[in-house]
Design a protein around this ligand. Sequence first.
Ligand SMILES: Nc1ncnc2c1ncn2[C@@H]1O[C@H](COP(=O)(O)OP(=O)(O)OP(=O)(O)O)[C@@H](O)[C@H]1O
Ligand SMILES: [Mg+2]
Length: 147
Amino acid sequence: MREYESHGPADTERLGEALAKELRPGAVVAFFGDMGSGKTVFTRGLARGLQCTESVSSPTFALVHEYGGEPPLVHFDMYRINTWDELDSTGFYDYIDSGCVLAVEWSENIENALPEDAVRVEFFRGSGENERLIRVTGETIHEDFGD
Ligand SMILES: Nc1ncnc2c1ncn2[C@@H]1O[C@H](COP(=O)(O)OP(=O)(O)OP(=O)(O)O)[C@@H](O)[C@H]1O
Ligand SMILES: [Mg+2]
């Protein structure tokens, strides 16, 4: 388990970029944290770290966005997902083991469907408006992220 203090969106994005470098193809990055805690900002960093050129926005209405990247990044918003069928309709099961990196907002809602080797990224608010504590749990290829 590793913890990082973020003092603003740029910090959070940098952490995402750094984490991208240590993910294996097919990794599932499961985000936990409330609205506005920084999950999409972190995903923007992941995208940059995977050399995506498309801009990352919240997949709230589409539920899923597929971006390019090396490997490709797939970004889910599970905020409205309550059932296995709804989860299936996002393509989640097809993307698992596709070799894409999956970034999953609102993983709270699909906790039972997450693979055991998912990398969990939890967001906590700090005392100031721009303060976040970001906790990363799970195995990655190597652990130089954030150093
Ligand atoms: N340290 C920080 N890290 C990330 N975002 C921050 C930070 N400080 C302030 N912010 C602001 O908080 C907001 C985070 O928004 P973001 O869309 O990433 O949240 P989210 O967790 O994806 O929310 P949602 O659940 O609604 O999708 C942005 O407006 C960003 O500018
Ligand atoms: Mg979001």
